[in-house]
Design a protein around this ligand. Structure first.
Ligand code: CIR
Length: 256
């Protein structure tokens, strides 16, 4: 497994946020949290490839939004936030340079899609229809992934008021998901083992699992206990500054 990541830019305090953080983002602390994340990924046996930091894009560390991977191919997205569209070219270059994917596809206007809305579990790609991802984006995902045996399942998010699908759930392997209660219906994941966590810990539903362990935001005791009982080894990570920019753990990498 390879994780593509990009360091926190010095412009990170200007990241796009639904509500201006108070206190503001501490950029140095964010950098330290990102560095700890990279170390933790390496600790899980993941090879990390760091892209160049790019201060022109305050949200550029959230590389997940720029590409979706499945069935051996990649889809370079057209992010829903116009300010983020320039982030994708360097991500496409890095993925192409590495040569692990058999094809790298693009997406044209009016389609928009953020990788944070895409949750792949086994051969299914759940795609949240959000303020960032539209129906044309989902249609493009079907066009790209269906020929590779990946079923695309759209998940409406309009009622929920969350940024992305993976604000409330994440994969715990090829047949298991972690889901926050009172968010999207459990039946969305019919046929999968669904591990539920309390709604007041919904932020921790975004974890990064690999090989029986999971990177999980620190300070969410009920989630840590639940994962522990489910046989997942919890690696807690501080995410306070990442969270202030409306980001979480999966957002910081593209897994190939
Ligand atoms: C944004 O609003 O686009 C960024 N500030 C946060 C993106 C988080 N990405 C993700 O959840 N995949």
């Amino acid at each position: 497994m390879i994780a593509f990541t990009r360091p926190i830019p010095s412009s990170f305090a200007q990241a796009t946020t639904a509500i201006a953080p108070d206190p503001p983002i501490d950029v140095a602390r964010a950098g330290a949290q990102h560095a700890a994340y990279v170390r933790a990924l390496a600790g899980l046996g993941v090879q990390v490839i760091q892209l160049e930091a790019d201060d022109r894009f305050p949200d550029g560390c959230f590389v997940e939004d720029c590409a979706v991977i499945g069935g051996g191919v990649g889809l370079i997205t057209r992010p829903g936030a116009a300010t983020r569209r320039g982030e994708v070219d360097s991500v496409a270059e890095a993925l192409a340079a590495h040569g692990k994917l058999t094809a790298l596809h693009r997406m044209e206007a009016p389609a928009t899609l953020d990788g944070g809305d895409c949750l792949r579990v086994g051969r299914t790609l759940y795609v949240g229809l959000s303020q960032r991802t539209n129906a044309a984006g989902v249609a493009r995902a079907i066009e790209v992934f269906a020929p590779h045996g990946i079923r695309v399942a759209p998940v409406p998010l309009a009622q929920l008021g969350v940024l992305h699908l993976k604000c409330v759930c994440s994969a715990l392997g090829d047949d298991r998901v972690l889901l926050a209660e009172g968010t999207i219906p459990r039946e969305t994941f019919a046929g999968l083992d669904v591990v539920m966590i309390p709604n007041d810990e919904a932020y921790a539903a975004n974890c990064l699992a690999h090989g029986g362990s999971a990177l999980v935001s620190s300070g969410f005791a009920a989630t840590h206990e639940t994962l522990d009982r489910a046989g997942v080894r919890v690696v807690p990570l501080e995410t306070s500054e990442i969270r202030k920019a409306d980001g979480a753990l999966t957002c910081l990498s593209i897994l190939v």
